[in-house]
Design a protein around this ligand. Structure first.
Ligand code: AMP
Ligand code: MG
Length: 497
């Protein structure tokens, strides 16, 4: 052990009563080796990147040794999976090592995912294959770079052991970092048992850790509900604006601080089609792109249900207050969604018919199955000036097989820009910041995974590097902005658990 602790742990969740978790050590692996380490995140966490990548550091990140100050636990939670109730889930293949205080004194969980069985593993082996770990690393870090709230990836480690999936695959462990991992399902676990004491403790804990200003409001549980609804509306609007499909929006994957959590079957949409589903197990399209806002509301209704006993002693009053918050979700979502898409169109002022302008563009994309990301990015090259004609729109037009509809939309867009007061440069910058050039396209992620399965991590490193700056044009990275060729297309994704 080093003289200096690698982590300066300051644990809080492990101080809650043991009804919230089981103390659980990770299970050692054969021969840990580094797949990728995130230096930038290490800085944010005030960690010594060199120490973490030393043999003793990697040994800790593999779960082979327990760092000083760690108090490893597997948290319990429940959840609705594809709408069906599961009374007990929990960290089946993860342990929370502890919490650290990063820059700005922000508290972060340090979790090992794929670290061996726990009492919540059910039939699972507690392990993760390298494919899903590489996917989570790439996509969660890409989301962070896009500005979407998300869990983060500090380190991916190859275990040197094989895990049995459809085939035998190399095992891996991800060090997942988040401001917390508490889910709607964490509340549901106690609500279903009518353990109001634990519910109150969890509510107080979350308010204290994440929403401290709510403690002084008239009704903190109701204020918490509003705050979480707000975070979820913001989150899903952000997803929609970058074409992200989560794929498994179960209540156990619904963060109470509005993070994107669980990168199982997630994928970014290429051609715009609101019905897009990738997850191979989502047979009815419950978690299709267009359903994400409605599902978020459904998840929030389940969260509200948990808080009812804390909102008011009078059941009717409690229900009425919670119902009002849940009913406000669609309007609230519509507002933040529109704000995001306005920015994508370079607009700052709010006009009554803006949503029609947004839908008009999306309809053009849907009609011609145009790449969502590249269509919005191409708008950057279109002149917003009315006298520009259509000659400054080649890049956008070239994405369409017939340009009639898009040209007529461009005219409306230019007319709408006439009332904007910002300079053309700042409108262009607004579009640049809201319309990424690079997203983790499925075929690129798949290539990185296929290589990683052969212990070649170079494609993963290259892809992650391009995605770390998604809004800037990167000379030499043009191929990362291209949609899949027909033979490269990835039509389904798998949980890979
Ligand atoms: P997920 O579909 O990843 O949200 O996982 C749902 C539940 O299954 C959670 O309780 C996970 O901890 C658990 N789980 C997923 N994969 C495994 C595994 N390989 N071993 C044990 N538990 C798992
Ligand atoms: Mg999950």
């Amino acid at each position: 052990m080093n003289d200096h602790p690698v982590f300066d742990f300051d644990n809080s969740y492990a101080k809650l009563p043991d009804t919230f978790y089981t103390r659980q050590q990770p299970t050692a692996v054969s021969s840990p080796s580094l797949i990728k380490f995130n230096d930038e995140l290490a800085k944010l966490l005030k960690l010594d990147a060199a120490a973490m990548q030393s043999d003793s550091g990697l040994s800790m990140l593999a779960g082979n040794t327990i760092p000083d100050g760690a108090d490893p636990i597997a948290a319990v939670y429940a959840g609705h999976q594809f709408g069906g109730w599961a009374p007990q889930l929990g960290d089946g293949r993860a342990v929370l090592l502890g919490e650290v205080l990063g820059q700005g004194n922000e508290r972060y969980d340090i979790q090992l995912k794929g670290s061996g069985p726990t009492p919540y593993s059910r039939q699972g082996d507690g392990r993760a294959a390298v494919g899903p770990i590489v996917r989570e690393y790439i996509v969660s870090e890409a989301m962070a770079a896009l500005g979407v709230p998300t869990t983060r990836a500090l380190c991916a480690i190859a275990t040197g052991d094989l895990v049995r999936r459809e085939t035998m695959q190399p095992g891996a462990i991800l060090t997942r970092v988040a401001q917390s991992h508490v889910r709607v399902g964490s509340f549901q676990f106690f609500a279903a048992r009518r353990d109001h004491g634990a519910l109150k403790q969890l509510t107080d804990y979350i308010i204290n850790r994440h929403y401290p200003t709510l403690a002084d409001t008239d009704n903190p549980p109701l204020a918490l509900l509003k705050a979480v609804v707000d975070k979820q509306a913001q989150l899903v609007a952000h997803w929609q604006s970058v074409g992200f499909i989560h794929g498994v929006m179960n209540t156990d994957n619904a963060s109470v601080i509005g993070l994107t959590i669980d990168y199982g079957p997630c994928a970014f949409m290429d051609a715009y089609n609101p019905e897009t589903v990738f997850s191979s197990i989502d047979h009815h399209g419950r978690y299709a792109y267009q359903n994400q806002p409605g599902i978020a509301q459904w998840n929030m209704a389940n969260f509200a249900q948990c808080l009812l006993p804390l909102i008011d002693n009078d059941d009717e009053k409690s229900l009425a207050a919670a119902q009002e918050v849940i009913d406000s979700f669609p309007a609230q979502f519509a507002q933040v969604y529109l704000a995001r898409f306005r920015h994508k169109l370079g607009l700052s002022l709010e006009e009554a018919d803006d949503i029609k302008l947004v839908s008009g563009f999306l309809d053009c994309l849907a009609e011609d199955k145009v790449d969502f990301t590249n269509a919005f990015r191409s708008l950057l090259l279109c002149s917003v000036e009315s006298d520009a004609g259509t000659d400054k729109a080649d890049a956008l037009q070239s994405l369409f097989s017939s340009t009639q509809a898009i040209n007529s939309w461009l005219e409306q867009w230019r007319t709408r820009h006439e009332i904007e007061t910002n300079s053309i440069e700042s409108r262009s910058e607004l579009m640049r910041r809201n319309n990424p050039a690079y997203i983790p396209r499925n075929h690129l992620v798949q290539k990185a995974i296929t290589a990683a399965e052969q212990q070649d991590y170079e494609p993963m490193h290259e892809l992650a590097s391009v995605l770390s700056d998604p809004h800037s044009k990167q000379p030499g990275a043009e191929q990362y902005a291209l949609p899949a060729k027909p033979e490269e297309e990835v039509k389904a994704t798998f949980c890979g658990t």
